[in-house]
Design a protein around this ligand. Structure first.
Ligand SMILES: C[S@@+](CC[C@H](N)C(=O)[O-])C[C@H]1O[C@@H](n2cnc3c(N)ncnc32)[C@H](O)[C@@H]1O
Length: 239
């Protein structure tokens, strides 16, 4: 599998932190139903570990399995864990959903900011794979990101983060790419103190679109009871 973050991985953590400030409350709410005593919590497409940290902090006794296929994001994830107390209970798997090896029993699953990477058939196979592994009442926590349908999204600034004497900026625009996907063209910029653009990286990502309604229906058809918590974050439990 080609790594869509091979070029942009450097910028993912710094530019995702603000989004995680908003995602954290609904994810914490959903994690209140996790069953860490019944099995590990899997963070699938864990990226640099921003969600992994929320799981670990919310469930201080939980074992966590963080699945991450991108070498550059996995390096950031490992840097976050190594030398920390978290290294005792977070295991990193260098795999994607096709290659991951999950335990038979899971106390919960996090699949945040990643579902658009999966084609509809992969997504449905993913729900089917997870369902029998989830302990009774344990949540699959998943979110959708815009757009919900394949439409054009004009260039939109997402975030701007000062680090030292530089400012890191992320922006993006999307265009339709067929009946169920878009191409997001993301722009990553590093600005010098005088505002001059020092670095400018543009990367395209293929992204499968899905509305909250479609996700609820799809999870229902896959044998889950699903509900929206907030911020387009859903919690689904085996029905
Ligand atoms: C936008 S990042 C989100 C990372 C993290 N969950 C977060 O919210 O900060 C999307 C993640 O999905 C991962 N990913 C992409 N395709 C995947 C696949 N087929 N199986 C598992 N993970 C995948 C990427 O490597 C990346 O870590």
């Amino acid at each position: 599998m080609a790594d869509p973050y091979a070029q942009s991985g450097e910028f993912v953590d710094v530019l995702s932190r603000e989004a995680w400030l908003a995602l954290r409350p609904p994810v914490v709410t959903a994690l209140s139903r996790a069953r860490p005593e019944r099995g590990p919590i899997a963070d699938i497409g864990a990226g640099t570990g921003l969600g992994t940290m929320v799981v670990a902090a919310t469930l201080p006794t939980a074992e966590v399995v963080a699945v991450e296929p991108s070498p550059i994001l996995r390096a950031a994830l490992l840097t976050r864990l190594a030398g920390d107390d978290l290294a005792r209970r977070v295991t990193v798997q260098a795999a994607d959903i096709a290659g991951m090896v999950l335990p038979d029993r899971l106390g919960g699953v996090l699949a945040v900011n990643m579902i658009g990477h999966l084609a509809p058939d992969q997504r449905r196979a993913f729900w089917a794979d997870l369902r029998p592994r989830l302990a009774p009442d344990a949540p699959l926590i998943v979110n959708v990101q815009p757009p919900p349908t394949p439409v054009t999204v004009p260039e939109t600034p997402f975030t701007s983060v000062p680090v030292g004497r530089r400012t890191y900026q992320g922006s993006g625009a999307a265009r339709p790419a067929g009946p169920e996907s878009v191409i997001w063209t993301m722009r990553y910029r590093v600005l010098a103190e005088d505002g001059a653009v020092e670095r400018d990286l543009v990367v395209d990502y293929h992204w499968y679109v899905l509305s909250v309604r479609e996700l609820l229906d799809e999870l229902g058809a896959a044998g889950y009871t699903a509900a929206v918590i907030d911020m387009d974050v859903l919690a689904a439990t085996p029905a």
